[in-house]
Design a protein around this ligand. Structure first.
Ligand code: AMP
Length: 398
């Protein structure tokens, strides 16, 4: 059985085709510049590649290009899209409505649309992807929504409420929703399997550190708390996002520079974080290189990010009254040995000890703590597409 996984952005579209018999990726690809011009890069698992520029005024034309790549191009992997059993969509915001994945119906489409108010950068784009799929592939093929927020729906009210007047929660559903749930779910399931234990019996902290970053505390097998908030801006410093800061710093700057809410959103989401502090880049590799060459602001950005990660991990250890396993994932978490070492050095009071040789790896699933360590530390490469495909299969098999 083959499942097609879609992650639609406003002007881009990422996809994978996964054979669920062996969970192997048959191909993956990316359509870019949708609505502007159009470009597809498609890679089959055996290394064949198809790259083309083709007009993509909307996501529908992008899917038509994908069908050509999948079934007719030099890098084709199937004869017809009829071989695909279902489509799984990454949907960023499921609000308080969805605590799990579900089959997409007209009601679900309406909810995704309405929840766009809570995720204006993501849900409208995700919705475009679903609608274009329905147009291109018809209504017969089952389509499943896998929400980034649903794993975090188990948070208790004391964790998800903001200390604002209660009416904003009642009137506008302003609360913490979290994000990256599919990744935190995937790596925490994996760590339980590696530990050979029931997930309910271990306290886990999962650190998803990429261009976007979040940390989640998992107790009794479910999410207790997570660092991202009402939107994926909250938490700690990321590539271009601020993470948590005193809101009055923003009202102060807005008054000084006569900025609108949209300006503040742009500054906090796109111009801040590692990029904003370093002035170099949002990419940790560039910033580390600049720091190694003596750039003090680059070093400051690195120090700030690591310090903030340490504080979140520490606060979640307190919230759970302990931790059994810590997981690093995402582009930075999987590749940056120095960051992992720095975070773990601040936890030696717990009896946590890492093996520096084992830690000197990139992107590989491995336990990096020593046999004597009181807390087990893992690198687990995340695989959100596989998690979406598994959930899609589970839903259509019901
Ligand atoms: P992601 O959003 O998960 O793709 O992660 C992107 C981030 O991972 C960027 O900040 C990259 O700089 C970072 N990254 C990727 N490879 C490395 C590496 N070898 N060392 C440090 N950071 C890395």
């Amino acid at each position: 059985m083959k499942i097609f996984v879609v992650n639609a952005g406003s002007s881009s579209l990422k996809y994978q085709l996964i054979d669920m018999e062996n969970e192997q990726v048959l191909c993956k690809g990316l359509c870019e510049r949708i609505g502007v011009s159009g470009e597809i890069t498609h890679k089959a698992a055996d290394g064949r590649e198809y790259v083309a520029e083709t007009a993509m005024p909307t996501h529908s034309e992008a899917f038509e290009a994908v069908v050509y790549a999948l079934t007719k191009s030099d890098a084709k992997v199937i004869d017809s899209f009829d071989e695909v059993s279902a489509i799984g969509h990454r949907i960023v915001q499921g609000g308080s409505i969805y605590n799990g994945s579900c089959l997409i119906t007209p009601e679900v489409l309406k909810d995704i649309d309405e929840l766009g108010a809570l995720a204006p950068l993501h849900n409208p784009a995700n919705l475009l992807g679903v609608k274009a799929c329905i147009k291109t592939f018809g209504e017969e093929i089952p389509q499943v929504a896998v929400f980034d927020t649903s794993f975090h729906q188990t948070m208790p009210a004391k964790a998800y409420m903001f200390a604002l007047p209660y009416k904003y929660f009642e009137e506008y559903q302003v609360r913490k929703y979290g994000a990256h749930g599919t990744s935190h779910h995937f790596v925490s399931d994996r760590v339980a399997a590696l530990e050979g234990k029931d997930k309910k019996d271990i306290k886990i902290i999962t650190c998803h550190l990429g261009n976007g970053c979040s940390i989640t505390a998992i107790k009794d097998g479910v999410c207790l708390d997570t660092s991202m908030g009402f939107t994926p801006l909250d938490g700690f410093m990321m590539g271009t996002r601020t993470g948590t800061l005193d809101p009055s710093a923003l009202t102060f700057i807005a008054e000084k520079e006569n900025l609108s809410p949209a300006d503040i959103n742009r500054i906090c989401n796109k111009e801040s974080g590692v990029l904003g502090v370093s002035g170099v880049s949002n990419d940790n590799r560039d910033v580390a290189e600049a720091a190694a060459n003596g750039n003090e602001r680059a070093q400051l950005a690195i120090d700030m990010q690591r310090y903030q990660i340490i504080k979140f991990v520490g606060s979640y250890i307190a919230a759970m009254n302990g931790v059994d396993a810590i997981v690093f994932t995402g582009g930075i978490g999987e590749n940056d040995a120095k960051l992992r070492e720095t975070v773990c050095e601040s936890l030696t009071y717990l009896g946590l000890e890492i093996d520096k040789e084992k830690n000197a790896v990139r992107g590989k699933e491995i336990k990096i703590s020593t046999d004597n360590s009181k807390v087990n530390v893992y690198i687990i490469p995340t695989n959100e597409e596989l998690a979406i495909a598994r959930d899609t299969l589970r839903i259509i098999s019901k």
